[in-house]
Unconditional design. Structure first.
Length: 292
């Protein structure tokens, strides 16, 4: 239960406005021993009922406790270890955003570079979810680069070697954050994709890229450095990217999300991020975009 002062902070209005709403009987509340008290659950429902956004109907629809979008090894581990009820379905960033927009998931994980601004995720979220009541939270900054076999037998050093040495390249599906980044880096380097030796396989996750290389099916691919470390492969850094979590503001307080976020403040989580390597989690949970 919250007091008048606490509910005013929660709604970001003055206390005088709360008393006006009480007088007009427009806000759910109860009086106990002379004090007005407010149930946050009832307040959230009241806010939902008075929403003018196009997602109003979704507030009364059961949103599946599923995380869609991009894959991240640390995130997958955190979901499992936190014993959150949320399942993960790795669909790629843009496909995940589409499913999230349709109300098919509680969270979308993304790392989509906007090549015009250099910003991650927020531009495409603004464009895709214009009327949505959503929040974007920073998950981590992580290293992206070329993964090659241990000891780098082909001596690949940069993107130019993909053209010069013609190694077998495994790529991600269209709409994935890694594919968007790779396409941008190739274009920036003046390298035509159709001149590369791309194998007949699309990797659906970061780990599938690593497994294609460790299994000998490919020589090189773009993925996060933590995959290389897990599979004992070599890594050639190319970029740092911000990986974010997109959710509806009214879902932020749901148990599966809160359980995971609380776990991510633990020493065990920090140790795992250090073990996997090349994760900067100092900004984890920071609000990078809040659309009301």
């Amino acid at each position: 239960m919250m007091t008048v002062h606490e509910i005013a902070d929660y709604l970001r209005v003055k206390e005088r406005k709360i008393y006006d709403l009480i007088t007009q009987k427009q806000i759910p509340c109860t009086r106990v021993t002379g004090k007005w008290l407010f149930s946050r659950h009832l307040i959230d429902l009241w806010l939902m009922n008075n929403s003018e956004t196009s997602l109003q109907d979704l507030r009364f629809k059961t949103i599946p406790e599923i995380m869609v979008g991009s894959h991240d090894p640390l995130l997958e581990w955190a979901l499992r270890e936190s014993v959150s009820a949320m399942a993960m379905q790795t669909t790629g960033s843009l496909e995940g955003l589409s499913r999230f927009s349709a109300g098919e998931a509680m969270i979308c994980a993304m790392h989509v570079l906007d090549v015009e601004t250099g910003e991650y995720n927020v531009p495409v979220v603004k464009q895709t979810l214009q009327d949505a009541d959503i929040v974007v939270l920073e998950w981590a900054w992580r290293g992206q680069g070329l993964i090659v076999a241990r000891n780098n037998p082909l001596a690949i050093q940069n993107l130019a070697d993909l053209l010069a040495k013609q190694p077998r390249l495994v790529i991600r599906q269209n709409g994935s954050g890694s594919r968007i980044l790779l396409d941008h880096l190739l274009e920036k380097s003046g390298i035509a994709e159709n001149k590369l030796n791309i194998i007949d396989m699309l990797a659906r996750t970061e780990m599938e890229v690593g497994l294609a290389i460790s299994g000998g099916r490919a020589d090189v691919g773009l993925a996060v450095s933590s995959v290389a470390k897990q599979l004992h492969l070599d890594f050639i850094p190319l970029a740092k990217e911000r990986f974010d979590l997109i959710m509806r503001r009214f879902d932020y307080f749901e148990p599966p999300i809160q359980k995971m976020l609380v776990f991510c403040q633990s020493i065990a989580f920090a140790d795992k991020a250090k073990e996997l390597g090349d994760y900067d989690i100092r900004g984890l949970g920071r609000v990078v975009y809040n659309k009301r």
